[in-house]
Design a protein around this ligand. Structure first.
Ligand SMILES: [Zn+2]
Length: 317
């Protein structure tokens, strides 16, 4: 009989890895995956500290790392895990990003989501975040840094999309549409058994077990947040994630009204190129079939992306 290492969690089907930029919607994507039956998504810290060697098909991840690093609400790693999900592996701390690309290319139990968000919106979101929460921070407010992150993601994408085990997902299209997330992940994993059981939304307070209600948290934020009246605490997920954020508040089709687009275009253009800029400026990212069109777009610039070295990652804390 095969011996089972009880110190390790070995997913029955494999790993779903999220490649995406900070403020690119990765926490939402990870929570949606966590909402599916048999999927445990790990938080960004554990994800970034995981080495490719530790994800070898027969080894799994350390049980404590899965138990402690699972996104809230916690899921039982002993309850049968089909997939483990790692988030933002492009900002890995313990290996060169190329190691991940090589690892994924070689491992037939790995799947990769390239999570794309309108770069103008990523920039606005980073600037807003810095202003609100960390005004002393210098990083994150520069188009250049975002653009380097972007090009490295495209570089990994042109390497990995041809494996058939990677796909593009677009934040603006999936944030409001849980059904689309399930369909895309089923197709990516070639697994029709994946179902959304909304396990990403807490039902009770994790502290006292009492009921939750919803209320406003920030003056600038139109969203309600989960709140425990007994503990007088708002519930937030990893990275101050709002479990009940309403994507309809984002008004994705009106992004130009909140961005100084004309000033930013000359800064983005030399990095992203004309085709990618036009894709977002024309709102193609919001349309049906946008994922395949974006894949074609970056693959059409294969040589340019292949020349981007995967060596400039500076984790933008
Ligand atoms: Zn409570």
């Amino acid at each position: 009989m095969e011996s089972i290492d009880t110190n390790r969690v070995r997913p029955a089907r494999g790993y779903i890895l999220i490649y995406g930029l900070s403020r690119g919607g990765t926490n939402l994507c990870a929570e949606r995956l966590h909402g599916m039956r048999g999927v445990i998504a790990l938080n960004e810290t554990v994800s970034r500290l995981t080495l490719p060697g530790e994800t070898e098909p027969h080894r799994g991840l350390a049980r404590e790392a899965v138990a402690e690093g699972s996104l809230p609400p916690a899921k039982n790693p002993d309850g049968g895990v089909d997939y483990l999900c790692l988030n933002k592996i492009n900002y890995s701390l313990r290996c060169h990003p190329q190691n991940w690309v090589d690892r994924i290319a070689a491992g037939d139990n790995t799947r990769v989501i390239f999570l794309v968000r309108n770069p103008f919106e990523i920039h606005r979101s980073r600037c807003d975040w810095v202003k609100r929460f960390k005004p002393q921070r210098l990083r994150w407010t520069e188009v250049e840094q975002l653009s380097r992150d972007w090009l490295e993601m495209c570089r990994a994408a042109v390497d990995l999309l041809p494996t058939g085990r990677a796909c593009v997902m677009i934040h603006e299209r999936t944030a409001e549409d849980r059904g689309l997330v399930v369909r895309q992940v089923r197709e990516l994993c070639n697994d029709e058994t994946l179902v959304d059981e909304q396990a990403d939304i807490p039902r009770v307070c994790p502290n006292c077990g009492g009921p939750l209600d919803q209320r406003k948290r920030y003056e600038w934020d139109p969203n309600d947040w989960l709140y425990c009246a007994k503990c007088r605490t708002f519930l937030a997920g990893f990275g101050d994630y709002n479990f009940v954020r309403q994507a309809s508040h984002e008004k994705f089709d009106r992004w130009k009204e909140r961005s100084n687009v004309d000033d930013l275009i000359p800064s983005f253009r030399p990095w992203l190129g004309d085709a990618a800029l036009e894709f977002f400026l024309s709102n193609n990212h919001l349309c049906e079939g946008a994922e395949k069109r974006f894949e074609q777009l970056i693959r059409s610039e294969y040589e340019r992306h292949r020349q981007t070295p995967l060596d400039d990652i500076l984790y933008p804390y």
